[in-house]
Ligand binder design. Sequence first.
Ligand SMILES: [Zn+2]
Length: 293
Amino acid sequence: MADTAPPFDDVLPEALRFRSPAPLVDIGANLTHESFARDLEATLRRARAAGVETLILTGTDREHAQQAVTLARRHPGLYATAGVHPHDASQWNAELEAAMRELHRQPEVVAVGECGLDFNRNFSTPAEQQRAFEAQLALAAESGLPLFVHERDAGERLREMLHAWRDDISRAVVHCFTADRDTLYGYLDLDLHIGLTGWLCDERRGHHLRELVGAIPAERLMVETDCPYLLPRNLPAKLKGRRHEPALLPWIVREIAHWRGDTEADLARATTATARAFFGLDEPARKEGHRDG
Ligand SMILES: [Zn+2]
């Protein structure tokens, strides 16, 4: 069925049917969000038509991580992360920790997270957030999986906590980086990776990133939509419903490439190579490999 369907349907207007000059990895797609429930297959088809061949589905709590794993089992090119978002840190307990440990053993799961600190909204208290993050740092050390980190207005504390664990953790990415130059340099000093979204397309709050993106070494830089959130504000056409989706990632890559002085093709190739290495996507044990009974 899927083979006979046109690659692009009428969800995206003509001007938003991008085609990346090289395959892309969207390292942060919240495809278990309810807004994708009705047209997930079509969303994946549009992503592939745009050249976004690999998607890392963000698992932000137990339920969503399990859903992400289920989707990753069903679809080639899809992988999952499993963690507890700082907003939900108040739920952390021994049972949840055991469930996370079990999820991290699944071959579809390629990172611990989304986890971290968000002192901007404090939906969970800072103390609860630090407790849950500390426990997930330990799970990343234990499993050897990389860490998928969320940080908002908590750069200093996050750096301290990561610093204490850095030698025990294989790799870590601060996803949707939006902070300032000092925070960026602090992360790079800790040998972290940086995930960039369409935040720098936002004239109200993201333009400071334009001067910063050139300071990120190519082998540290990955790209993501964080869809359905963060629809780029400078898209060349209006999108009904304003739901962001993976097929729009080439626009973000083009924008980042412009401000770095790279070509879109070079940046696409570099970020894909970085993401494949970071998440271990080419390791034989990944997905098709071992499966615990
Ligand atoms: Zn996040």
